[in-house]
Design a protein. Structure first.
Length: 103
Protein backbone atom coordinates (compact mmCIF):
# COMPACT_ATOMS: atom_id res chain seq x y z
CA UNK A 1 0.00 0.00 0.00
CA UNK A 2 1.49 3.36 -0.96
CA UNK A 3 1.12 6.42 1.19
CA UNK A 4 0.77 9.94 -0.11
CA UNK A 5 2.71 12.60 1.68
CA UNK A 6 1.42 16.13 1.51
CA UNK A 7 3.64 19.09 2.18
CA UNK A 8 2.58 22.65 2.67
CA UNK A 9 3.76 26.10 3.49
CA UNK A 10 2.10 28.40 5.96
CA UNK A 11 1.92 31.86 4.46
CA UNK A 12 1.43 34.84 6.75
CA UNK A 13 1.13 38.53 6.00
CA UNK A 14 4.85 39.16 6.47
CA UNK A 15 5.96 36.52 3.98
CA UNK A 16 6.58 37.37 0.33
CA UNK A 17 6.35 35.20 -2.75
CA UNK A 18 8.03 35.55 -6.14
CA UNK A 19 6.02 35.54 -9.35
CA UNK A 20 7.00 31.90 -9.94
CA UNK A 21 6.09 30.87 -6.38
CA UNK A 22 2.72 32.61 -6.58
CA UNK A 23 1.87 31.08 -9.94
CA UNK A 24 2.83 27.60 -8.66
CA UNK A 25 0.76 28.08 -5.51
CA UNK A 26 -2.26 29.01 -7.62
CA UNK A 27 -1.62 26.32 -10.29
CA UNK A 28 -1.64 28.94 -13.07
CA UNK A 29 0.87 30.29 -15.57
CA UNK A 30 2.89 33.34 -14.59
CA UNK A 31 1.26 35.28 -17.44
CA UNK A 32 -2.09 34.88 -15.70
CA UNK A 33 -0.62 36.44 -12.55
CA UNK A 34 0.72 39.27 -14.74
CA UNK A 35 -2.83 39.76 -16.06
CA UNK A 36 -4.04 40.06 -12.44
CA UNK A 37 -1.44 42.75 -11.86
CA UNK A 38 -2.46 44.55 -15.06
CA UNK A 39 -6.09 44.48 -13.93
CA UNK A 40 -5.17 45.88 -10.51
CA UNK A 41 -6.18 42.73 -8.64
CA UNK A 42 -2.65 42.23 -7.31
CA UNK A 43 -0.06 44.85 -6.43
CA UNK A 44 3.47 43.47 -6.40
CA UNK A 45 6.41 45.09 -4.69
CA UNK A 46 9.19 45.97 -7.11
CA UNK A 47 9.40 47.64 -10.47
CA UNK A 48 10.67 44.84 -12.69
CA UNK A 49 8.62 41.71 -13.28
CA UNK A 50 11.58 39.44 -12.55
CA UNK A 51 11.94 41.10 -9.14
CA UNK A 52 8.28 41.24 -8.17
CA UNK A 53 7.41 40.11 -4.66
CA UNK A 54 3.86 39.43 -3.54
CA UNK A 55 2.61 39.63 0.04
CA UNK A 56 0.91 36.74 1.82
CA UNK A 57 -2.58 38.21 1.32
CA UNK A 58 -1.87 38.32 -2.44
CA UNK A 59 -1.97 34.53 -2.44
CA UNK A 60 -5.48 34.51 -1.02
CA UNK A 61 -6.60 37.17 -3.49
CA UNK A 62 -5.07 35.34 -6.45
CA UNK A 63 -6.67 32.04 -5.43
CA UNK A 64 -10.04 33.72 -5.09
CA UNK A 65 -9.60 35.24 -8.55
CA UNK A 66 -8.79 31.77 -9.93
CA UNK A 67 -11.98 30.44 -8.36
CA UNK A 68 -14.10 33.31 -9.67
CA UNK A 69 -12.77 32.91 -13.19
CA UNK A 70 -12.48 29.14 -13.55
CA UNK A 71 -15.46 27.97 -11.51
CA UNK A 72 -17.88 30.83 -12.01
CA UNK A 73 -16.80 32.22 -15.41
CA UNK A 74 -16.21 35.76 -14.14
CA UNK A 75 -13.85 37.87 -16.28
CA UNK A 76 -10.88 39.66 -14.70
CA UNK A 77 -12.66 43.02 -14.42
CA UNK A 78 -15.58 41.30 -12.67
CA UNK A 79 -13.18 39.39 -10.43
CA UNK A 80 -11.46 42.64 -9.44
CA UNK A 81 -14.80 44.19 -8.49
CA UNK A 82 -15.98 41.09 -6.63
CA UNK A 83 -12.71 40.83 -4.67
CA UNK A 84 -12.85 44.49 -3.68
CA UNK A 85 -16.46 44.11 -2.53
CA UNK A 86 -15.70 40.93 -0.56
CA UNK A 87 -12.79 42.62 1.20
CA UNK A 88 -14.94 45.65 2.00
CA UNK A 89 -17.64 43.37 3.41
CA UNK A 90 -15.07 41.53 5.52
CA UNK A 91 -13.73 44.84 6.84
CA UNK A 92 -17.22 46.07 7.72
CA UNK A 93 -17.99 42.82 9.53
CA UNK A 94 -14.83 43.20 11.62
CA UNK A 95 -15.82 46.77 12.50
CA UNK A 96 -19.30 45.68 13.54
CA UNK A 97 -17.83 42.96 15.76
CA UNK A 98 -15.56 45.52 17.44
CA UNK A 99 -18.45 47.91 17.97
CA UNK A 100 -20.64 45.15 19.40
CA UNK A 101 -17.91 44.25 21.91
CA UNK A 102 -17.86 47.84 23.16
CA UNK A 103 -21.61 47.89 23.86
Amino acid sequence: MSEKVLTGLIVNEDMTLTLAELSRACCVHAEWIVALVDEGILEPQGDVRTGWRFSGPSLRRARMAVHLQQDLGVNLAGAALALDLMEELESLRRRVQLLERDI
